[in-house]
Design a protein around this ligand. Structure first.
Ligand SMILES: NC(=O)c1ccc[n+]([C@@H]2O[C@H](COP(=O)([O-])OP(=O)(O)OC[C@H]3O[C@@H](n4cnc5c(N)ncnc54)[C@H](O)[C@@H]3O)[C@@H](O)[C@H]2O)c1
Length: 401
């Protein structure tokens, strides 16, 4: 099949890499820079190797483009564009709107349109379909389906092939065609009864993580107040063979999904007048963690950080990726700056961020470890400053959560 994938970021390029093993894939992205890099065989996404990309290009199975005309004769379009929050922390569907416009302006025959971007229940039925129909110059009966993406960037054990994938179409034909497409590279497809169930399941998966991370972050604060080790307590609780799942305390949540997706669910709930109190409180607890961490560091260092040199170690939002989107390290740094500390940061994977370069490890009075990658030298991190505060629970012999 000829397939266009709109958006060549974490999700779109990952799907492109798998789909191009059996289908002819056109990776559409509106960033000239990304498209030029991709056509040169250079992947910008962890988990997609440049070798795989080069081989797909060489075999004529992949090419990237910024030109809408290049998607005119495809049979399937997959939408994989960002779905962030706006300044009021409400869903921002402007990227989806733009993708719909690209489809409507360029596709003149009926195709299958699948949304992989995360959004609230009803997005494919009540937003994408009517919008494409409105923007199309002639009446075309496309098929529509949803298959939310579950990629975990940087993860090697669960990928597109073995991670179960939910899917549902607006019609039985759309459902069947969606199965046919994904089953060519995914071994485990799970059909659900409606697109709304698939859309809601995706949001609930990430809400489950957000709420449990907030719960364990609150428990870290309780444990410290009680004078017990949160990590030892969690290990103890985790010996129960059923009914318990261990989450680890941290500086908060980051990335494109966990800080964002629950607010899509809360938005959908509010529209129907249903409460979403856990989501609101979990957001608050996670966003308060940087302040709590800095208050602990401050208390351990004579009650003031004014003029003290502090290095934040690890600014990516999670281990083993260079992704800094919504990273809690940003809030930790802002909090330190508001305490008049002299702040630098070090991350072996993130070269540049906030118009600054990663500094060499060490040379400060205080180090706050936010993210520890596998490549990070633990011994060097522990000895990088006279006082080290570890938020990851991976270092021993230092202060921390
Ligand atoms: N990153 C993840 O781990 C992950 C996991 C599951 C689901 N998702 C969801 O998948 C969607 C995409 O996320 P992502 O992480 O791949 O985003 P991303 O920022 O990595 O990539 C998005 C790409 O889309 C391009 N783009 C933006 N608007 C466009 C448009 N109108 N036309 C063409 N290209 C456009 C951007 O240039 C960028 O390359 C979001 O809804 C996200 O919530 C992400």
């Amino acid at each position: 099949m000829r397939v266009a994938i709109i958006g060549q970021g974490y999700v779109g390029l990952t799907i492109s890499a798998f789909a191009s093993q059996t289908h002819e894939v056109i990776g559409f992205d509106n960033s000239e820079k990304i498209v030029a890099q991709l056509n040169a065989g250079l992947s910008h996404i962890e988990g997609v190797s440049s070798e795989v990309l080069k081989s797909a290009i060489k075999n004529g199975m992949y090419r990237a483009t910024t030109s809408g005309e290049d998607i005119a004769d495809v049979e399937i379009v997959v939408i994989a564009v960002p779905t962030p929050l706006n300044k009021d922390r409400e869903p921002d569907l402007s990227y989806i709107e733009s993708a719909c416009s690209t489809i409507a302006l360029n596709i003149k025959k009926p195709i299958l349109i699948i949304n992989e971007s995360t959004s609230f229940p009803g997005t494919i039925r009540n937003f994408i379909k009517p919008l494409i129909e409105k923007l199309s110059s002639t009446k075309i009966e496309h098929e529509y389906a949803i298959s939310p993406e579950r990629v975990d960037p940087g993860r090697m054990d669960w990928d597109q092939k073995n991670t179960p994938r939910l899917y549902a179409g607006l019609t039985p034909t759309a459902t069947k065609r969606t199965y046919d497409f994904y089953s060519s590279f995914c071994d485990n497809l799970v059909e659900v009864s409606s697109p709304e169930v698939a859309e809601a399941a995706k949001l609930f998966e990430n809400t489950f993580r957000q709420v449990n991370i907030a719960l364990v972050n609150e428990f870290a604060q309780i444990s410290n107040a009680l004078g017990i080790s949160v990590h030892e307590t969690l290990e103890a609780a985790n010996t129960k063979p059923y009914g318990f799942m261990k989450f680890n305390p941290s500086a908060g949540v980051g990335g494109h999904c966990i800080p964002v997706d629950p607010s899509y669910l809360a938005y959908a709930a509010a529209k129907k007048g249903a409460p979403a109190t856990f989501i609101k409180r979990a957001n608050e607890v996670n966003l308060e963690m940087p302040k709590y961490i800095v208050s602990r560091v401050k208390a351990d260092n004579g009650g003031s950080l004014k003029g003290k040199k502090v290095q934040v170690v690890g600014v990516a939002y999670k281990p083993n990726v260079a992704d800094v989107r919504e990273t809690p390290a940003e809030l930790v740094i802002d909090e330190l700056v508001s305490e008049d500390a002299i702040v630098s940061w070090h991350d072996p994977l993130v070269k540049g961020w906030r118009n600054q370069q990663s500094t060499a490890l060490g040379g400060s009075e205080i180090a706050i470890v936010v993210t520890l990658h596998d490549v990070s030298d633990r011994v060097a991190v522990v000895s990088s400053a006279p006082y080290v505060f570890d938020t990851t629970g991976k270092l021993s012999g230092v202060k921390g959560l």
